[in-house]
Design a protein around this ligand. Structure first.
Ligand SMILES: [Fe+2]
Ligand SMILES: [Fe+2]
Length: 329
């Protein structure tokens, strides 16, 4: 993963160049606005959808399949992923991989499924054509479900987000300015270095603030991140089957965001609450918590305490049966 290290170093450098660091208390104040209590399925509001993290690279057998089945049991209004559905990167096998992927997605039945392009899904013009053919969506597109307007952007072949994508986003948001809840999905979380330096000096963030986008979702790193700035929540979902070897070789685990999970977003009155749901055994411990209990790539002290005092000991399970179906928003 040397390329990742180089990428982050380069991004930190870029961000630092044009940035005046804000006082730490500003970040702390933003953080204090986050919901602190875990959201239990029973307390969920009138509509929910699920968000899947990376299946690849290095898909672990059976994990994604288990996540799909759990999500179907959650009965969401729709499902969206953050990219890296196939291993890809080899032109010869691409269409076969998509055919297999589509078979798996058929388990969703009538639940609409949306994709975000990852670097394992699109790496060339040919792979882009196959992505569009098999997912049914172009690399960048948008859709509205209930009170949510979602814009999906493509940074599968970029380490940042190019100006054409920003232009697409701005035009889309202009057309949906009145949507109560606006979300953006893009695969690579290039926003992490900027936000870690307390900077909002990048086009995506400025556009989100200007148009009132409340949430940005990414993936790619295979471990969970959560940051916030100017009221915009940024979440990079961790693995939904993609390799976690990088964390393992560092001796890291749940406490650094390395666990198989998906997101459950509950929408009510134009607000979104996000619950992170770990997979149950044998792929995890079924732990569940509100995203407000996670900061950067670590659990909050209160979440650590809550899990440590659970009867099962240590990082204990907080799993629950799937909630009952709810009407759409
Ligand atoms: Fe990726
Ligand atoms: Fe990935």
């Amino acid at each position: 993963m040397h390329f990742l290290r180089r990428h982050w170093i380069r991004q930190f450098g870029l961000a630092a160049a044009g940035i005046v660091l804000d006082p730490i208390r500003r970040a702390q104040a933003q953080r204090s606005q986050l919901p602190r209590d875990p959201v239990s399925p029973a307390a969920e509001g009138p509509s929910r959808f699920c968000i899947m993290g990376d299946r690849t690279g290095g898909a672990q057998a059976g994990v994604y399949e288990r996540a799909v089945d759990r999500i179907v049991a959650e009965r969401p209004r729709f499902v969206i992923n953050v990219g890296d559905s196939i291993e890809g990167l080899r032109d010869f096998w691409t269409d076969i991989e998509w055919v297999e992927m589509k078979k798996l997605w058929r388990r969703y039945g009538a639940i609409p499924h949306y994709s975000t392009p990852g670097n394992h899904d699109i790496w060339s013009a040919d792979s882009q054509r196959l992505y569009t053919r098999f997912t049914g969506h172009p690399p960048q597109y948008s859709f509205t479900q209930g009170s949510c307007h979602i814009t999906v952007l493509d940074n599968s072949r970029s380490d940042t987000l190019d100006e054409a994508q920003i232009a697409f986003l701005r035009e889309d948001l202009q057309q949906h300015r009145d949507a109560p809840l606006k979300l953006v999905f893009l695969h690579k979380p290039f926003w992490i270095p900027f936000l870690m330096l307390k900077s909002g000096e990048f086009s995506l963030h400025k556009t989100c603030v200007e148009f009132g986008v409340q949430w940005v979702f990414s993936g790619h790193l295979h471990h969970l991140w959560h940051l916030e700035r100017d009221g915009v929540q940024y979440v990079s979902l961790g693995s939904c089957g993609g390799s976690m070897e990088r964390g393992k070789t560092r001796g890291e685990g749940f406490g650094h965001g390395w666990f198989y999970h998906y997101g459950v977003a509950t929408v009510s009155n134009g607000q979104l609450a996000l619950r992170i749901q770990e997979l149950p055994p044998p792929h995890g411990e079924g732990r569940s918590f509100a995203i407000g209990e996670w900061w950067e790539n670590h659990p909050s002290d209160s979440l650590r305490r809550a899990l440590a005092t659970h009867p099962r000991g240590g990082w204990s399970a907080v799993s629950a049966p799937p909630p009952a179906p709810v009407p759409g928003a």
